[in-house]
Design a protein around this ligand. Structure first.
Ligand SMILES: N[C@@H](CCC[C@H](N)C(=O)O)C(=O)O
Length: 281
């Protein structure tokens, strides 16, 4: 997948969020310079740039069945194979632009179906990865190797997740535990880390440390992974409301994949200056 940014005097972007999981969306469907890890780090700096949890790039559609290809970068410059809330925000932009009720986008995790659900946006994140080659789905990790008690489940949603069911997710010290778990040798590509507790068979509370080194208000792929893990453990059904720090997402694990429904917000539009982009030297 080629990743391009428009070549112009400045670079237009849109700031969006889904439940406070925030994104800078760059529309690169017309081509331009490739998005680089360095650009992602510069834009992602909340003091020196704009700041985001992920940079979302809309790329030219690589086949006629998709409205756009989409790429995701964390603020540390690493690229992510999946980003649920970022996909919903990109889909909202494309749905608003076309007036369509539904469309598809291509990500590194394949073609994802997106649709309006009233004022909300729903995406099929695809099936959980049963062949995740490092740690099979919901296979209990040997917790003796991890800096926390409990039995986590490893779930692939196009990106890696490690889900811990705990007594009280709100009481977990994410800042203390997150870095060690993200970088633990069990996870060669690092991992996103979710802590959940079950409120009832249809509701879980979740907090997240995202790969890339941050606590976020919400993580869509993480909510899908947590719902899959608790359903497989027999703690919930396959339709679950996941309550995150930023609010609730509805997760529905169907035959054709894990569907996620939630709100999106358009915050503002802006333009990065040539000076910021290093184009005026
Ligand atoms: N916020 C996202 C997940 C973003 C990617 C993640 N940090 C990774 O590196 O895999 C979501 O809504 O899914």
């Amino acid at each position: 997948m080629t990743r391009q940014t428009p070549q112009s005097a400045g670079l237009a972007f849109r700031k969006m969020h889904g439940l406070g999981n925030d994104f800078v969306v760059i529309d690169a469907r017309s081509g331009g310079e490739p998005v680089t890890a360095a650009l992602a780090r510069a834009v992602g700096d909340r003091r020196w740039g704009v700041g985001f949890d992920q940079l979302v790039a809309l790329l030219p559609p690589s086949s006629p069945d998709v409205a756009a290809d989409i790429g995701f970068w964390n603020a540390d410059g690493s690229e992510a194979g999946a980003c649920g809330n970022g996909t919903r925000c990109a889909a909202r932009l494309l749905l608003d632009e076309t007036g369509a009720q539904a469309l598809s986008v291509r990500t590194l995790n394949g073609v994802l179906r997106c649709e309006r659900a009233g004022a909300l946006v729903r995406v099929n994140m695809g099936p959980p990865d049963l062949e995740w080659d490092r740690i099979p789905l919901a296979y209990p990790v040997d917790t003796r190797a991890l800096p926390i008690e409990g039995s986590p489940a490893a779930v692939g949603m196009g990106n890696p997740h490690c889900v811990f069911v705990v007594e009280d997710a709100a009481a977990v010290d994410l800042a203390a535990l997150g870095p060690g778990l993200e970088h633990h040798p069990l996870f060669p590509e690092r991992t996103n880390v979710e802590f959940v507790h079950v409120i009832d068979p249809g509701t879980i509370r979740m907090r997240v440390w995202e790969r890339g080194g941050m606590i976020t208000q919400a993580c869509g792929s993480g909510a899908c992974a947590a719902a899959v893990a608790t359903a497989r453990a027999g703690l919930t059904g396959r339709h679950v409301r996941v309550i995150l720090d930023g609010g609730p997402l509805e997760i529905d694990w169907r035959e054709d994949g894990v569907w996620m429904t939630g709100p999106t917000a358009h915050v503002f539009d802006g333009v990065f200056s040539p000076e910021f982009l290093g184009e005026d030297e």
